[in-house]
Each structure stands twice: as C-alpha cells, then as structure tokens.
Ligand binder design. Structure first.
Ligand code: TRP
Length: 333
C-alpha cells in the first residue's frame, strides 16, 4: 500500500472507434502495458468523446465493449490499474461543464483537431466537438496524474489542459496537478505498409496499408509480404528508404532490440525474406492477443463486472477532486 502511494500517476484514454492498428499498439498501447509496474495507472475508454460525431447506438455499445476487451487482452490488468468506461463515471461530464466555463472561445477555436473535424463533418459542427478539449481536460485533471502519454495529434489538447489547470490553480490555489506529457516514449511511429510516407491508419482506404490488432496470422503475413519498399535491395536505415526503415522499426520494437541489431541480423538477406520475418514476428506477437480478445468478448458478464469494478475505483478517485472543485467554485456540497 505504502509503495503504491509513492508511485507517480499516469492517465490516458482511447476512443472506442474500431479496432486499433499495429501503429496504435506499438506507438501507445504497448507502453501502457509496460507502465503498469512503474506507475499507478488509470486508463479509460473515452466513449463520451466518441459522440462528438454521430454514432449508431448498437455499434457504439459493441465498440465500447470491444475496446475494453482489448485492454484486457493486451495485458492491462484491472487489479493493478484502474480500467474503466468514461461515461460510467459521472464526474467527467460534471467537471467538463465547470472547466468549459474556464476555457476561452478563442483558445478552443485554435485547436487544429477542431478545425480538421469541423471541415470533415461540416453538417454537424456541434458544441461538443468544439468543447471537446474541456472534456479531455476533465478526464485528466480529475485523477491528478503526473504524466499523460499521448500521441503527437493530442499534444495541443494536453497543452490546453495544462493552461486550464494553471488558470484554475491561479484563481483558487493548488487544486490540480499540472500534468506533463509523455510523448512517444519508447514507442514507434508506424507507417502505412502500402504508402510508407503516410502514418499507418485504420481509416486508410487500402486495407493492405494497416495491420489491425485482430488480423489473422495469414492476413498479417500477406500484408507484410506486399509491403511497399524500394529497389536497392539493401536492408539498412537510410533517408528516403521509408518502407525499409518502417519494417526495421517494427521488427525492432516487436522484438525489443535496437535498429542496429535488426540490421545486423538481416545483413545479406533479400527483401522477401526480411518482410516474411517481420510478418511472422508481428503475427506471433498479436496471435495471443487475438485469442485472449476472443475469450473476453464472448464473456459479456465478465466485461460488465470488470468495467463496473473499474468505474467504481475511478468514481472514488474522481470524487475527491470533484468535491474540492465544487467547494472552491462556491457550490454547496
Ligand atoms: N482525445 C483523445 C483521442 O482522440 C482521447 C482522450 C480522451 C484522451 N480523453 C483523454 C487521451 C485524456 C489522453 C488523456 O485520442
């Protein structure tokens, strides 16, 4: 117990928007799993964020459970960490409203994700899409984390979270821990297998460009065999060799070795053989995840029980911050 209170706190969330890719895994989720020993971790399925764009209810429900099952399958441990579904903890919505009153129209207007998304969903530029960073700030600040692992695309949202926290603290005293970002620590930036100058993305219209965490072994190997490379047939890290650099990165991170070691290991090999080895390494790493996922997703009761337990833990942690905030603002408890 004593040891636990000394651990630094980490929090992160992911939207339930379909099965993540190998890029999400190597860039983020794999680190979450590893951080559980060193930190006191809180991880959530950010379903409140998902409704800023229109969702089909039955599909949303399925995707929420699917993400939670994937958390478990990847090795996030509900005993060690707090794993929950955001909408099951009311404090997120409550604090988001309060924080939105301490967030300026001007700063929200500058968010690049808002600009992108409002361009892509021009028929539904709702207030939630605009106020999204205040909800994300609430997700974070409720749990007083020291660190927030985020990708590059969320860096600006973490910056505004820090600004909101600092502003609030300046008005009311030390209410919130101002969290530090953990950006891409130890992870890889995985590129598309079909166009290695682009980031791997599940919204790629070419399914050969990305590996889904639930792809079968055959699919994974087939996609790696087709991976776009170059024509100089030399396995080394070099500028412009986007495809080969990407495969070297993927292999190294999956095997837990350095890029140099990977290059040495495949010295003199042909591209065909190398691609096959990378495919096999990835398939071996993901097969157990897929098997465990299939077990969890078919055990609805277990998912319900574990997510409720997680929500309860989160509820207790959030309540402390929430009462402090309410008192400071002048509400009656
Ligand atoms: N907005 C993040 C995304 O779209 C998900 C998210 C919601 C999040 N709340 C968070 C990430 C809190 C980190 C911390 O990827």
């Amino acid at each position: 117990m004593c040891e636990q209170t000394q651990k630094k706190k980490v929090l992160s969330c992911i939207q339930p928007s379909g099965i993540p890719t190998l890029g999400n895994y190597l860039g983020a989720l794999k680190n979450w799993v590893n951080m559980q020993e060193e930190y006191d971790c809180t991880f959530a399925v950010a379903d409140l964020h998902a409704i800023t764009v229109r969702q089909e209810p039955a599909k949303l429900r399925q995707q929420i459970y699917s993400m939670y099952a994937l958390f478990l399958a990847l090795g996030l441990d509900p005993e060690k960490s707090t794993l929950f579904i955001q909408s099951q903890v009311p404090a997120h919505s409550q604090l988001a409203w309060i924080l939105s009153c301490y967030t300026q129209f001007g700063e929200l207007s500058r968010m690049t994700q808002f600009k992108d998304k409002s361009a892509r969903h021009a028929d539904n530029i709702n207030a939630g899409l605009f106020a999204y960073p205040a909800l994300m700030a609430a997700d974070i600040l409720l749990y007083q984390p020291d660190f927030v692992p985020v990708g590059h695309d969320q860096k600006q949202h973490l910056e505004i979270t820090r600004d909101i926290a600092t502003r609030f603290n300046n008005l009311y005293g030390d209410v919130f821990t101002v969290p530090e970002p953990l950006i891409g620590k130890g992870g890889a930036r995985v590129m598309s297998l079909a166009d290695p100058t682009k980031k791997m993305s599940k919204s790629d219209e070419n399914p050969n460009g990305y590996i889904s965490l639930l792809d079968t072994k055959e699919d994974i190997i087939r996609k790696f065999k087709r991976a776009v490379t170059d024509s100089d047939a030399k396995i080394c890290v070099a500028e412009g060799k986007h495809g080969i650099n990407n495969l070297i990165d993927i292999y190294s991170v999956v095997m837990g070795i350095s890029a140099d070691e990977t290059v040495k290991k495949f010295e003199g090999c042909g591209y065909g053989e190398f691609k096959l080895s990378v495919g096999e390494a990835v398939a071996d790493c993901l097969s157990p995840v897929r098997e465990r996922y299939n077990e969890y997703i078919s055990d609805k009761k277990k998912l319900e029980d574990l997510s409720k337990m997680g929500a309860e833990k989160a509820y207790y942690a959030s309540r402390k911050t929430m009462s402090k905030v309410m008192k400071k603002v002048g509400f009656v408890l």
